[in-house]
Ligand binder design. Structure first.
Ligand code: SF4
Length: 331
């Protein structure tokens, strides 16, 4: 094991008409080698901006603070050229919209072999041979024929397999999968996730999985970080999170789930109230306007992250021994 990816106090801003949008505001997390770490949260909570920061692809946003260490290297101190050597080679990426990520006028085989030629210096012939092997590895039917096809000739699920083949082409240490199955129907979604789990085992991958689907979290993650309004509010091993969510936001999400049976396809349920405006988040705990357990300090002071158990932390005054005696309850 050991830490492969270490993020500390990450801050990402986007320029908005009414001032900077603080998409990520002080997020810290570690991803251990060989694990799947899921970042989960409602739309706009900052999970995608956090993940894209690892590849330094947040434009038009900016990383304005914090550090990101990948296998010991400070990614924020690297030149763009050095970063290009890491993207696609040591960090593979799979996005929600495979159709948008693939070049419509380039054959599939050429797209899969492109990073092999760029990062590993393979000839065109060697690259194509390896591309067919990779398409076979991701279980694309008739890989030799599909290597000659264009993206529009493939179904959504097949395109996502191609994206996976591209992401894995250079044997990356880390795969960032940003809502990799959201655009797919339920059956294909299950097939792609099964494929990702199998390849993770076979290739000893480390995966940073971004999702708003608690079913995907339950079936794929080892550990989970829950984000709310640019903050990481809870982190826990996946079974602990589902068995005993600690933060009121996570508890609200779990309570709102339709059932507690093993996850099928459980999108994040909607809680009462709305996510705060990221240009003007509320003072104190950002969840306090929606929190049924808010008490005296919540509207004025920001809760610190507290270690609530081994490998668990929560940013809530209910878990802070200095405040819990005046709260109305504890997790
Ligand atoms: Fe609720 Fe207060 Fe905890 Fe925030 S700090 S989640 S408002 S109890």
């Amino acid at each position: 094991m050991g830490v492969l990816l270490q993020i500390r106090d990450l801050k990402v801003h986007y320029d908005g008409p009414e001032g900077p949008v603080r998409a990520v505001d002080g997020v810290s997390l570690d991803v251990q080698r060989g694990e799947t770490y899921a970042l989960v949260g409602e739309s706009g909570c900052g999970k995608t901006a956090t993940a894209l920061s690892v590849s330094r692809l947040v434009e038009p946003g900016r990383i304005v603070g914090g550090s990101i260490r990948f296998d010991g290297d400070n990614l924020l101190a690297l030149t763009e050229k050095q970063m290009c050597g890491i993207r696609g080679a040591r960090i593979g990426m799979v996005f929600q919209e495979a159709a948008a990520a693939l070049n419509p006028v380039m054959r599939i085989g050429s797209q899969v072999s492109e990073s092999l030629r760029l990062h590993q210096g393979l000839s065109r012939q060697e690259g194509m041979k390896r591309a067919v092997e990779l398409l076979s590895m991701v279980a694309l039917p008739d890989p030799e024929r599909q290597a000659r096809a264009y993206p529009h000739e493939l179904s959504g699920g097949m395109k996502q397999r191609v994206m996976l083949a591209i992401a894995l082409s250079c044997k990356p240490d880390l795969v960032i999968a940003d809502e990799p199955t959201t655009a797919l129907d339920v059956t294909v979604q299950a097939q792609i996730l099964e494929l990702l789990r199998r390849l993770k085992q076979e290739l000893s991958l480390t995966v940073l999985l971004i999702t708003h689907d608690l079913g995907v979290v339950a079936e794929n993650a080892d550990r989970v970080g829950v984000m709310y309004a640019g903050k990481l509010v809870e982190e826990a091993p996946v079974h602990d999170l589902f068995d005993a969510p600690a933060h009121p936001y996570t508890r609200g999400l779990m309570r709102a789930l339709p059932g507690r049976e093993p996850a099928a396809h459980r999108r994040l349920p909607t809680l009462a109230g709305s996510v705060p405006d990221p240009t003007a988040p509320p003072p104190g705990c950002r969840f306090h306007p929606r929190c049924p357990e808010a008490f005296e300090p919540c509207a004025t002071r920001e809760p610190a992250e507290i270690e609530t158990a081994e490998n668990r932390r929560s940013a809530c005054f209910l878990h802070d021994p200095r405040h819990v005696s005046v709260g109305e309850g504890s997790a």
